[in-house]
Design a protein around this ligand. Structure first.
Ligand code: FRU
Length: 307
């Protein structure tokens, strides 16, 4: 079983002809509302990818996230946005709160940029809540993927897993620039997903530079990945030195339609490859697969039909 731990949002996405200036009034050409959040998006894709696996090799999926009151409209909407293959039994509810964590996203048609403003009043997962859920999942869980939101707390979650369930594999997403403690998280995980913005903030100029420099600092990782937007993605296996780079996926009439969640989709592709194709695919095939579905996602609205 793969368990993903991260925040869940309700996204309101406004498509605009260009990014507005401060104090400007601008009419959006489209509005979309959907459930978002990095781990929920990743699971939405993973549930499609793993659908075809035989039950013997199939990968059950579980989400641990904070939601508003169980009876709230928002929680009901969020719960029903997942297919039956994502187990939501270990979600944590903040009773008394009706308002979900929300993201307001401006998607500019002229540049393809997506600017995100979020609101989240739900208290983050505590150590007690996490260990309670992890204990219930017990040795059923084989893989934990963390969004890496509250790095110090997430580090404690990982250290707890290392002690109680040493066989569990741990992956983390290192995304938000300037968030203290992410480096330490990367150093502890088995698989690390670095974002371009985080890497650039540290002064790296390419995905390869990020991975080669980071590989000198990590202690446990068997695989490091870094996505670089239009410049594709790279992966490095620190133990063997194997390095792969792939150009961004494109087709003849490729158009950026919806870049929101491209990174989450890349992670889903790689987690699928690592959990379901570990023996069948080499590193270059795994990377090409994750890169391809991330590219497909960018060229379409939402996350459907990516399998
Ligand atoms: C995309 C996304 C959105 C969400 C925001 C949270 O990666 O997960 O769905 O609103 O990022 O940071």
């Amino acid at each position: 079983m793969l368990v993903a731990v991260g925040a869940c949002y309700l996204d309101t996405i406004l498509t605009t002809p260009y990014y507005p200036g401060e104090d400007e009034k601008l009419r959006a050409t489209n509005v979309t509302r959907r459930r978002g959040g990095n781990c929920p998006n990743t699971l939405e894709v993973l549930q499609q990818l793993t659908f075809h696996e035989s039950t013997e090799r199939g990968l059950p999926l579980t989400l641990i996230t904070i939601l508003p009151a169980k009876s709230s409209m928002a929680t009901q909407k969020i719960r029903s946005s997942f297919g039956s293959r994502v187990n939501l039994d270990h979600c944590i509810y903040r009773e008394g709160l009706e308002e979900p964590a929300s993201c307001y996203i401006i998607k500019s048609q002229s540049t393809g940029s997506r600017t995100i403003v979020n609101y989240n009043n739900l208290l983050e997962i505590t150590l007690e809540e996490f260990t309670g859920a992890a204990e219930k999942l017990g040795s059923e869980a084989t893989w934990f993927h963390f969004e890496g939101r509250t790095p110090e707390m997430t580090l404690q979650f990982i250290l707890y897993l290392r002690k109680q369930f040493p066989a569990i594999q741990v992956s983390v997403e290192i995304e938000k620039p300037g968030r203290p403690g992410l480096q330490e998280l990367a150093e502890e995980a088995d698989v690390v997903f670095y974002s371009k913005t985080w890497a650039q903030d540290l002064g790296y100029h390419t995905a390869e530079e990020c991975l080669r420099e980071q590989s000198k600092r990590i202690h446990n990782a068997s695989l490091l990945c870094c996505t670089w937007g239009q410049d594709g993605a790279s992966a490095l296996q620190p133990r063997t030195g194997d390095f792969e780079h792939v150009a961004a996926y494109t087709t003849e009439n490729f158009k950026v339609v919806d870049p929101i969640g491209a990174g989450d989709t890349f992670i889903a592709g790689m987690l699928y490859a690592l959990n379901c194709k570990e023996k069948d695919w080499d590193l270059s095939k795994k990377l090409a697969f994750a890169n391809r579905i991330a590219g497909l996602k960018v060229s379409q609205e939402g996350f459907a039909s990516l399998d």
